[in-house]
Design a protein around this ligand. Structure first.
Ligand code: GLU
Length: 166
């Protein structure tokens, strides 16, 4: 069963996110990942297969550290798409919105076919990625993030706990 973390702070959140993910390890998972909103207002993401310690090593080994005051993170228990760093959450749509998801989107193939026609490119094999693209699609018509999420989830069938940043 997956775990979701979100932190908004007045200091860099990466190490608190790692500590929080470690507290969720008892739930069982196959990979983990985090994303923060950097000072330049861009996404900075890291994902690793296996234990959270692998994600922590991944962060420590980077020359350019992942720093930001807002972040979301996830421990994944794969349902759609093999356990891999590409399929690990967070997922991103058009560098505009990022999503972590607990659950299953039952109608993801139908949504994916529609989004392919809308011009979205898929980076993963997960059911989750359609959520990110659905929110991005709504954001394009200048709705707020909250309005866009509300609109996007109307189309989802299945179960979902979500963490979202834009
Ligand atoms: N269905 C999603 C996936 O396979 C989320 C799984 C989970 O709850 O960790 O990536």
């Amino acid at each position: 069963m997956c775990g979701i973390i979100g932190i908004a702070s007045n200091k860099s959140v990466s190490s608190n996110i790692i500590q929080s993910l470690k507290k969720l390890e008892y739930r069982g998972y196959d990979s983990s990942g985090l994303i923060v909103l950097s000072k330049e207002n861009t996404f900075d993401r890291a994902r690793s297969v296996g234990k959270v310690i692998n994600l922590e090593k991944n962060l420590n080994e980077r020359k350019r550290k992942i720093r930001g005051k807002i972040g979301i993170a996830h421990t994944r228990w794969a349902t759609h798409g093999e356990p891999s760093s590409i399929n690990a959450h967070p997922h991103i749509s058009k560098n505009n919105v990022s999503v972590v998801h607990n659950g299953i989107i039952e109608n993801y193939i139908e949504l994916k076919n529609k989004q392919l026609k809308q011009g979205y490119e898929f980076q993963s094999e997960t059911d989750t990625e359609v959520i990110a693209h659905a929110i991005d699609f709504e954001l394009q018509s200048k709705k707020s993030l909250l309005e866009s999420v509300k609109e996007a989830v109307f189309a989802l069938k299945g179960s979902y706990g979500l963490g979202i940043i834009s």
